[in-house]
Design a protein around this ligand. Structure first.
Ligand code: UDP
Ligand code: MG
Length: 335
């Protein structure tokens, strides 16, 4: 049986980019020495991407379309793609052509050398603002310090995963999915392939600074409990300071009497301590909220519609999604 490569593409409102992406992708797949299929995960698009995908799927046997019941976000869309991808190797790639499909043969090469996770590392970040580059650098450095597993920096989701890596990933069903961390967490031999990241040529990035900030919080809280310890240290530090301050006052009162100069310093201390306490409560809250979400153990996504690829190797249609059937109670079309 020949090897099969599945390419997973999360798509959310990429109508403008899709035709260009698709033709570039196909020319790469055509040149491969293995069979390949293309699984588009339509993450609740509402700009005509869905219609375009359906039309294309009807004409090309290599295309599969998995439609989610609403916009669940890229992380969930990718997880859905992993669950449904049937290949011996699975590539995840953005639909906006920021990840060059031409790199895929190189990824496959390293996979054949025995690497389970072959990820593309950005060499340049063309078209991104200074602020975005700078904040990304700070975030990666912070993550390095805090996380228990080393998470490669300047790495997006663009990568190739072996079958066992995909299977391992499918077992991690946490709600808060910081994918870059999860890829690293599963272990297995990993390999970096550097490339130049292009600027988005059309459409726009769905990552506002606010979303990036949230992603950063997600990354840190998913892979480190260090902020919780910070609260302890902060408390200890302020206690020591307060004690020293108190001693100072005691001595001053003993030697110079007390002309009641207390009000401003009292305010400062009260406000400072109040602030510290609120910050610490906030940190605890972040973790508590995540514990709460995980404890609900909701499904990661619901599938509205699945159109498998056509006449590709049997296994493609035979293969069950990685998770149990019961996870897909709201199926309209069984894979
Ligand atoms: N995407 C998605 N669901 C979302 C947001 C984005 O499936 O809620 C897809 C999007 O269509 C694209 C990829 O994820 O294929 C990356 O999105 P984007 O370019 O906005 O992110 P960036 O390149 O800035 O990381
Ligand atoms: Mg992009």
């Amino acid at each position: 049986m020949t090897e099969l490569l599945s390419v997973v593409v999360p798509v959310y409102n990429e109508r403008e980019m899709l035709p260009r992406f698709h033709s570039r992708m196909l020319s790469v797949l055509d040149a491969l020495d293995m069979s390949a299929d293309l699984l588009y995960v339509d993450d609740g698009s509402n700009d005509g991407s869905s219609e375009w995908l359906d039309a294309e799927q009807a004409t090309d046997a290599r295309i599969a379309v998995l439609r989610l019941s609403r916009n669940f976000g890229k992380e969930a869309a990718m997880s859905a793609g992993f669950d449904y991808a049937g290949g011996d190797a699975v590539v995840v790639i953005d639909a906006d052509l920021q990840d060059p499909p031409e790199l895929i043969p190189t990824l496959i090469e390293h996979w054949r050398e025995g690497f389970d996770v072959v990820y593309a590392t950005r060499e340049s970040r063309d078209g991104e603002s200074w602020l975005k580059r700078k904040s990304a650098a700070i975030f990666y450095r912070l993550m390095d310090r805090l996380s228990d597993v080393p998470i490669p920096r300047d790495t997006g989701d663009f990568r190739l995963l072996s079958r066992r890596a995909v299977d391992a990933l499918a077992k991690l069903r946490e709600q808060h999915r910081y994918m870059k961390g999860l890829y690293a967490w599963i272990g297995y031999p990993q390999k970096a392939v550097p490339y130049a990241r292009e600027a988005r040529t059309s459409g726009r990035s769905k990552w506002s600074y606010w979303r990036l900030w949230n992603l950063a919080i997600e990354g840190i809280t998913s892979f480190s409990a260090a902020p919780l310890k910070l609260a302890t240290w902060l408390g200890l530090f302020t206690s020591v300071m307060a004690f020293a301050y108190g001693l100072l006052f005691l001595l001053r009162t003993l030697f110079f009497g007390n002309p009641v100069p207390g009000y401003p310093s009292l305010m400062v201390v009260i406000l400072f301590l109040g602030g510290v306490q609120l910050v610490c409560l906030g940190i605890i809250g972040e973790y508590l909220a995540r514990t709460y979400n995980e404890s609900k153990a909701r499904q990661l996504y619901f599938v509205m519609d699945y159109r498998p690829s056509g006449d590709l190797p049997l296994r493609q249609t035979e293969r069950e999604p990685m998770v149990e059937k019961s996870m897909f109670t709201q199926h309209s079309a069984e894979p």
